[in-house]
Design a protein around this ligand. Sequence first.
Ligand SMILES: Nc1nc2c(ncn2[C@@H]2O[C@H](COP(=O)(O)OP(=O)(O)OP(=O)(O)O)[C@@H](O)[C@H]2O)c(=O)[nH]1
Ligand SMILES: [Mg+2]
Length: 700
Amino acid sequence: MREYSGSDIRNIAVVGHGASGKTSLVDALAFVSGTSKRHGSVRDGTALTDTTPEETDRGFSISLACAYAEWQGTKINFVDTPGYLDFQGDAIAGLSATDGALCVVSASAGVEVGTERMFREAVARRDPVLFVVSMMDKEHADFDRIYQQIKTRLSAKVIPVEIPVGAGSDFHGVLNLFTKRAHLYKRGAKTGEYQEADVPDEARGQFDRYYQELIETIAATDDSLLERYLEGGEVSSADAVTAMREAMKRMELFPLFCVSSELLYGTQAVLSTIVDLMPNARDMEELHAFTGAEGSNTVQVHASDEAPFCAQVFKTISESHVGDISYFRILSGTLAAGQDVYNATRDTAEKVNHLSIALGKDRAEVTRLHAGDIGCVAKLRNTHTNDTLSTREHPVRLPQIVFPEGQVQMAVHPANHADEEKLQAGLHRIHDEDPTFELHYNAETHETIVSGLGERHLEISLSKLRRKYGASAELAKPKIAYRETLRLRAEGQGRHKKQSGGRGQFGDCWVRIAPLPRGSGYEFVDQIVGGSIPRQYIPAVDKGIQEACTRGVLAGYPLVDFRVELYDGSFHTVDSNEMSFKMAGILAFKSVAPKCKPVLLEPLDEIEVTTPDLYMGDVLGDLSARRGHIQGTEPTDGETRIRAVVPQAELHDFASSIQSMTQGHARFHRRFKGYEEAPADVVQRVTSEAAVHQEEPVAH
Ligand SMILES: Nc1nc2c(ncn2[C@@H]2O[C@H](COP(=O)(O)OP(=O)(O)OP(=O)(O)O)[C@@H](O)[C@H]2O)c(=O)[nH]1
Ligand SMILES: [Mg+2]
């Protein structure tokens, strides 16, 4: 393969709703370009960019994958992204690594919530977007209807550039409005071969209507073109293409195309259009990177071969027998096979032994890649998603990709105890591959908690864990970290005495226990005067109480926010020791705390839901049904932001219920707020559960 420099490279993310036909389109584009030798299919598990067992078994994409096509002297790098919300992290990573997006809309399903989300994401990043109506061969495929849907639901600036000839089983060609030429396919053929022809009679009416609209729309984006057009002059197709490319950069126009990836109709035209209309990799927006491993100064990064090398790793995937593969985009400079590089994010030296470009799971080795290109390298020692590779001489860190936050939390338990170590190591490896999969240990409930973008995300992450790292685990509802506190003050004695022949044990203390405001924690006050307890034993009493309060008196949850005053006691010159006074502290806590009117505290989260107004009533109702307190609502741009405080115990299935209630339109953030006294029915339930599980302590 020849070397491509940035001006001959296009980097394109393929985005859209789940099952809209992205993976099939990438396969078809790579095949008709001649880069890939076989026309694969998602249904048979042979598509170029759905390759892991998790993907081929289920028939949808889970992680991003790269492929490329060489077309008209240009290399087009595709990043196929998953459409399901649960795997949105990789769609974001895909957009971050590219300069433009193909937004795929199925001709039968139309605009869906994932289409909307990814379109808005691309526009927010100022990436030109080209819409492709896929599956034009399917029954009920209706190009006009999809065009209107995109226009009303996504952007009035969408404009058809290529229209279908026929639809459904009669779909047999595409008509380009710029060139006024049709590509007509032999009905039913799947070779991608076509005949070029003038506008066929059957499409004449449609052509005239759309042509008029296209030229007027383009002219309206460019003053000199508009003048010429209004004066009756001809707008050449070269001028129209140039004006459209400029308007696309300004987010003023979004061209619309149509294809059938299954039949390969319209696919060559999409390739040519990407070359003509999408920005080349050299024209990328200027970036600022931080200098060095620690530095906070920034330097400008240009996609120039002459500048120092730097690249961003937007994905790492570990493959059995190969190890980690890091996918990166070169932002500046060039990279040669065998080159030493420096990971400034982790301050580690790395060597690029096998420099490759990916075509699905196949990798072709190359000797050099230029600024703007996308490549991959196997077996870096300590490089993960979001790291910057640069050089020792010019170390920089690029701004990081911001991944969506976790929406669902589950506890994860090893299927058997022997797997515990493998499980922990494997979970960390999965996090390294997929930053939206996170884990932490909850010391209060003694559980490892994993979080992700949806239940399916967590389940599939565990299948990966089993296959790649041989660790079986199960997901469970996380235990709630209740706590206890006290309402009243009380006092009393703890006396430990043991005489069992030889030296005995003796410790005796008197304490007052009093509640403290929420969040104050624990205080110990030494009020001993006159040496009723010798100095050296006082910390032991404190220690005993701290140990005892990890298991509260109501339901065995840690008791917090109280003060202990140690005001009296007695000792024995021979039998007293630290151990005896620690025991006395434990006994004092056990006898006094129950007299202080213990209460149960439950953890609460602050939730911020943003939902289209249409669903606001349902969301408010759902939050109230979860014992949520609505703090306020704020309108934002056709949507409403609702803030509420909701007990964690009620939030377990919140993510899936809110998604189904709002058809995937709502987004939410959740963060820990604090503890509040639990209502009587919760206390009743928790204490009776604790009574049942008395043998399995919640906290040790
Ligand atoms: N008839 C027909 N079916 C298609 C076409 N393109 C895709 N399909 C089918 O539609 C389904 C979804 O296609 P995919 O390519 O997996 O869609 P995707 O957008 O990659 O889906 P996710 O990876 O889940 O986001 C598969 O069963 C494909 O075989 C097409 O042009 N014609
Ligand atoms: Mg896919």
